[in-house]
Design a protein around this ligand. Structure first.
Ligand code: C5P
Length: 327
């Protein structure tokens, strides 16, 4: 079910939106379900072309992203006061900097809603891993609040809010397979063809965290590319062909492997375990090894366990948007 189905049917200006909401909030308060659960899925980058640095400090990208079946679970409940609160087993995520908290605050502020939210965040996606966990949590909170409280937010409103939270957040509003351009916020969904050679994905996260900002900042101009890898992969997928391995190119990979020996070691271990191909997801440190056969993936998965890595046997999915459940 697409979030478009919850699009407010009338063209109202901001004033009318907030007037409507002020009237609506009291009536809906009684009707709102007690809690709302939402799943936030991870992604991998099949390609990541960086074509240059922009005047605003960001980099111009073309990246093909795909949702995978690793997920965080967020429970939203109404809080006693008008603030946004978060509970999470990770102390470093239990604060107002968390993108999920910022997403909830953004919704309350934008619609001038005088209610509060308690977020319980159960992490299934490793943090600072290159799998988009924080961005996905933010998108999931936007979608969940809209659905839970029947909020008058159009798809364009959601896109704008998502892009203001982070470059990857708009992708997670729909997920699946998409080409993301600009900062990453211009999302073009691609036909749902997933190559047989990538039926199973072994994800391996070395025990380090990498700052995306630092990776982009230290990226040599020599690693820039013109977007041709992403275009070639899009063309292959749109015509149901296997992409060429050399087009599964991540412009950040060379410098990450050079600067972070733990990632280079994980890559060697994956290749030694029989992985036919290994690529970095986003700015890392997570690597993914696509396999066509389950038994090959299981063998690599087993071989990588007990070596200090987080290892997952995953697959590409088209998530039921938001995957939201209310009680
Ligand atoms: O947009 P987001 O906050 O997720 O980006 C994190 C950091 O990654 C940015 O502060 C920026 O340094 C870098 N970045 C970039 N170009 C992009 C996306 C991210 O330089 N297109």
């Amino acid at each position: 079910m697409g979030y478009g189905e919850y699009f407010w049917p009338f063209e109202l200006d901001k004033f009318l939106f907030s007037m409507h909401n002020a009237r609506m909030s009291h009536a809906q308060y009684a009707q709102s379900p007690g809690v709302c659960f939402v799943r936030a899925y991870a992604k991998i980058n099949l390609t990541l072309d960086v074509s240059g640095r922009r005047a605003d400090g960001y980099h111009e990208l073309a990246t093909v992203m795909q949702t995978v079946d690793l997920y965080d679970t967020i429970c939203l409940a109404e809080s006693e006061d008008e603030g946004v609160h978060i509970r999470c087993a990770w102390p470093e995520l239990s604060n107002a900097e968390n993108l999920a908290v910022r997403a909830a605050q953004l919704v309350l502020r934008r619609l001038q809603i005088r209610r509060g939210v308690l977020l319980e965040l159960h992490k299934g996606i490793p943090i600072a891993a290159g799998l988009g966990g924080g961005s996905s949590d933010a998108a999931a909170v936007l979608l969940a609040m809209q659905r839970w409280w029947h909020l008058p937010l159009s798809p364009d409103d959601l896109l704008e809010m998502a892009a203001s939270l982070g470059s990857d957040v708009p992708f997670f509003l729909t997920g699946g397979l998409a080409l993301c351009e600009g900062r990453g916020e211009r999302v073009t969904p691609l036909a749902s063809h997933w190559p047989a050679s990538m039926r199973w994905l072994v994800l391996v996260k070395p025990p380090i965290s990498i700052s995306t900002a630092a990776v982009f900042q230290n990226l040599p101009v020599g690693d820039y590319s013109d977007g041709s890898h992403s275009r070639a992969v899009c063309a292959a997928l749109e015509t149901s062909h296997e992409p060429y391995p050399q087009d599964l190119h991540n412009a950040l990979e060379r410098s990450v492997l050079e600067q972070y020996p733990a990632v280079a070691r994980a890559r060697s271990d994956l290749l030694a375990a029989g992985a036919p191909l290994v690529r970095l997801s986003g700015s890392g440190p997570t690597l993914f090894a696509p396999c066509s056969e389950l038994m090959q993936a299981v063998q690599i998965h087993r071989a990588m366990q007990g070596r200090g890595y987080l290892v997952y046997l995953s697959r590409a999915i088209y998530p039921p948007v938001g995957d939201i459940c209310q009680f």
